[in-house]
Design a protein around this ligand. Structure first.
Ligand code: ADP
Length: 367
C-alpha cells in the first residue's frame, strides 16, 4: 500500500545516497498533516541487513501551538472587553449616587434645606447620604429655630419695652410730681423689666436645652426631701396671698435625675397652677408610686384647658388667649418642662376638664 511504497522508495534513496540515514517530510493530502520519516540501515547479529523505519507526525505540535495561540488571542480580547465593560458598569454604579449626592449637596449649600440625599448602592455611599441627611436635618432645625426665635423674641421683647417707655414718658410728662402716681408707674416699669429679664433667661434656658449640648448632671435624690424643699419656696406665697398648696405623699422613693432641672420642672408646673388656679386657690402636689415609677401630679381647680389646645400646650410660645397679660408668663414655661423631661426620657402629660381644672404629671423611674 501507500505506506509500504513510500518506505520502499526511501529505502532505495538511502541506498543510493550512501548516507547512514535519510529523513523526508511527507505531506498527507487527505488529513492535511505532515509526517516526518526517518530510515537507517543496521547490521543485525545474524549478518542480515535490516532497515529501521521511524515515522512521526510533526503537524500536530505545530497546529496545537497554533490553536493555543489563536485561543489565547481570543481569550485575551474577550477578557479585555469584559474587563472594560465590568469596570464601566462598576464605575457607573459608584459614580452615579456620588454624582447625585454632589448635586444635592450643591443645592443644600445654596440654602435648600428640603433637599434629600439619596445614596443607594454601596454601603459607604448609603452611609454618607444618611449622615448628610442627618446634618441637613440638624441645620434646617437650627435655621427654623433661629427664624421663629427671632420673630417671637422680637415680638415678646417689644411689648414690655413699649410699656417701659410709655410709663417712663408718663412719669416725665405727668406724674413726676405726684408721688402716688409716680410710685404706681415706676412699679409698672419694674414689673415690665422683671418680665423682660425672665423672658430673656427663659429663652436662653430653652435654647440651651434645645441645642442638645447641655449635659444632664444626674444624681440620686429622695422624692420626699425634694418635694418638701420645693414646697418651702412657696410658704411666703401661701401665707401672703392665701394660696393653699397641699402635698400628698406616697412611700418615699429614690430617683435619679438632674435635680436642678427637676426643680425647674416643678417650679414651672406649680407656678402655672398658681397662675391659672381657680377661686379656691387650691393646688395639690401629689406623689403616686406605680409600676416601678414615681408619678408626680400637680393639680388645680382652675378654668382648665380646652380639649383642642391640649396637643399644643407644650409647644414653644403657645399661650392660652383667654388669660389677661398680667397673669401670664413667657409662654416658654411648658416647653422648658417638655425639653427637660424629654432629655430625661421621663413620660409626661396633662389631663384637663374645662371648668374643673387641670392636672399636669410626669413619671420618674425609681431606683
Ligand atoms: P405661660 O408663661 O404662658 O404660662 P406656659 O408654657 O407655662 O406659658 O403655658 C402655656 C399655656 O398653657 C398658658 O398660656 C396657658 O394657656 C396654658 N396653661 C398652662 N398651665 C395651665 C394650667 N394649670 N391651667 C390652665 N392653663 C394652663
Amino acid at each position: 500500500d501507500n505506506h509500504n511504497m513510500f518506505a520502499y522508495s526511501m529505502k532505495q534513496d538511502l541506498n543510493s545516497s550512501g548516507q547512514n540515514y535519510i529523513t523526508r517530510v511527507h505531506e498527507n493530502k487527505m488529513f492535511q498533516t505532515k509526517e516526518m520519516f526517518y530510515v537507517t540501515k543496521v547490521q543485525a547479529t545474524d549478518g542480515t541487513e535490516r532497515y529501521i523505519f521511524l515515522e512521526s507526525s510533526i503537524e500536530p505540535i505545530d497546529s496545537t501551538a497554533q490553536i493555543i495561540k489563536k485561543q489565547l488571542i481570543y481569550i485575551t480580547v474577550i477578557l479585555l472587553e469584559l474587563a472594560f465593560i465590568i469596570s464601566l458598569f462598576i464605575s457607573r454604579r459608584i459614580a452615579k449616587p456620588i454624582t447625585a449626592i454632589t448635586a444635592s449637596a450643591k443645592k443644600f449649600a445654596e440654602g435648600d434645606f428640603q433637599v434629600q440625599f439619596n445614596g443607594t448602592g454601596y454601603l459607604e455611599v448609603a452611609e454618607l447620604s444618611e449622615v448628610l441627611n442627618k446634618a441637613r436635618g440638624e441645620v434646617s432645625k437650627v435655621t427654623d429655630l433661629r427664624k421663629d426665635l427671632i420673630a417671637n423674641i422680637s415680638h415678646d421683647l417689644r411689648t414690655p419695652l413699649t410699656m417701659v417707655k410709655a410709663y417712663a414718658e408718663m412719669i416725665r410728662d405727668l406724674s413726676g410730681d405726684n408721688p402716688v402716681k409716680r410710685k404706681e408707674h415706676i412699679q409698672v416699669i419694674i414689673d415690665e423689666s422683671d418680665r423682660l429679664s425672665n423672658l430673656v433667661s427663659s429663652i436662653l434656658e430653652l435654647s440651651r436645652l434645645e441645642s442638645g449640648n447641655l449635659e444632664l448632671e444626674l444624681e440620686d435624690f429622695d422624692v420626699h426631701e425634694k418635694l418638701h424643699e420645693v414646697m418651702n419656696r412657696y410658704t411666703i406665697l401661701m401665707e401672703r396671698d392665701g394660696y393653699n398648696i397641699q402635698l400628698e405623699l406616697d412611700e418615699d422613693k429614690t430617683c435619679r435625675a438632674d435635680t436642678a432641672k427637676i426643680d425647674q420642672v416643678l417650679y414651672n408646673l406649680i407656678n402655672n397652677a398658681v397662675n391659672y388656679c381657680g377661686e379656691d386657690k387650691q393646688i395639690i402636689v401629689r406623689q403616686r408610686n406605680q409600676n416601678g415609677k414615681v408619678r408626680i401630679e400637680i393639680s388645680d381647680h382652675g378654668k382648665g384647658i380646652p380639649q383642642e389646645q391640649l396637643p399644643v400646650i407644650f409647644d414653644r410660645y403657645y399661650r392660652g388667649d383667654k388669660y389677661k397679660r398680667e397673669t401670664v408668663g413667657t409662654g416658654l414655661g411648658l416647653s422648658i418642662v417638655k425639653e427637660i423631661l424629654k432629655r430625661h426620657s421621663f413620660s409626661f402629660g396633662v389631663q384637663s376638664t374645662e371648668g374643673k381644672g387641670s392636672t399636669f404629671w410626669f413619671e420618674m423611674n425609681e431606683i
